[in-house]
Design a protein around this ligand. Sequence first.
Ligand code: GLN
Length: 264
Amino acid sequence: MHRRTLLHCLLLLCLLVPIAACSREPGDESTLDRVLARGILRVGTEPEFKPFESKNEHGEFVGFDIDLVRELAGDLEVELEIVEMAFPALIPSIRQARIDLAVSGMTATAERAKSVSFTDSYFETGLCLLVGADAGIESADGFGDRQLAVKQGTTGQINARRLFPNARITVMRTEGACVNEVVTGRADAFLYDQLSVLGASRAHPKTTRAILTPLTKEPYAMATPHGDAKFVTRLNEFLTAIRKDGRYQTMRDKYLKDLPDGSR
Ligand code: GLN
């Protein structure tokens, strides 16, 4: 009887070992395991999106998103490596495994979610308009065939045609170039995220004005390799933890003091 049990156990072991070995194929490994093994978390960002990410006068990365991933790397007990790139390069870089995740004030959209997986949202805002001080625009209605600037690859560009069906659209590579279109009067408005519009209107009070009424919902989230549930679960645990232990509130107080309506 004893012998039989032993035999059964051995047989089971023989069956299970190959299965276990198979499930550890390198291709199936979670990015989380790779990050922990490497001891470095590689995060992609475009540091041109205040107050979420920018570079200070010493060339250091600063902002809400930067603090967020610093805390994350600390919790994972790994080093943080920030990889700077243009916003439209972030998703392709995740897919090519050049970075482990992107944090860049990125809106979680259904379309993007076909090629990357998003964490829970850590901030919600909306798109709105920066208008020329003399453009005579009071609201998004009646924009007609005026000139609208949008930043390439952003939800501003993605939503422009739907929100402003008759607008003439200029696509620029940077936020600065879009703001400049409005400042110089070449464009009547710039469609972009609320806090950036607010910041631009304060930087150019004579030539621009913010119409902060949100025209869309923009939930910001971290973007990760597609379908890596283990990694996303760990990141969501981190987001829950910082909301509970007060670190999230500290970051909000530091970077996101005065929020327009519709942001939370
Ligand atoms: N939230 C916008 C988007 O996801 C803009 C982000 C950005 O320019 N950093 O497209």
